[in-house]
Design a protein around this ligand. Structure first.
Ligand code: AMP
Length: 112
């Protein structure tokens, strides 16, 4: 997989406001927040997008959601929205899998 801005955040080549880190995952604030709280949860494994995940990634994908829960709680969120953009047609711009976690304001449905 090609280097991305997120792989450079993982390797600490570029800075980020990191909220959580372990062997498998990293959570950091989105640089262009779309809500009062907006952070991203990414795997350290270089997966370009969700649809590249395989059966062997089951535990990793579950872990990303548990990290989202944990950091959301630490940020004081009870209600929050998770979003994964899969592919350019779904507005994915950084091709390293990431889960958006947004909170601190009301959200409408369906999303735009
Ligand atoms: P997506 O459109 O789903 O690919 O989302 C990519 C997200 O990454 C956007 O919300 C950007 O604001 C965010 N982003 C891009 N560069 C950085 C960075 N250096 N640090 C934190 N977030 C970033």
């Amino acid at each position: 997989m090609a280097e991305t801005i997120f792989s450079k955040i993982i390797s600490k080549e570029i800075p980020a406001d990191i909220l959580y880190e372990d062997d498998m995952a990293l959570a950091f604030r989105d640089v262009n927040p779309q809500a009062p709280v907006h952070f991203l949860v990414i795997p350290k494994k270089p997966l370009e997008k969700l649809s590249d995940a395989q059966a062997e990634d089951q535990a990793l994908l579950g872990h990303l959601l548990l990290v989202a829960n944990r950091v959301a709680a630490e940020e004081g969120l009870s209600d929050f929205r998770l979003n994964v953009n899969n592919g350019a047609g779904a507005s994915q711009t950084v091709f390293h899998l990431h889960v958006h976690v947004l909170g601190g304001r009301p959200f409408s449905w369906p999303p735009g």
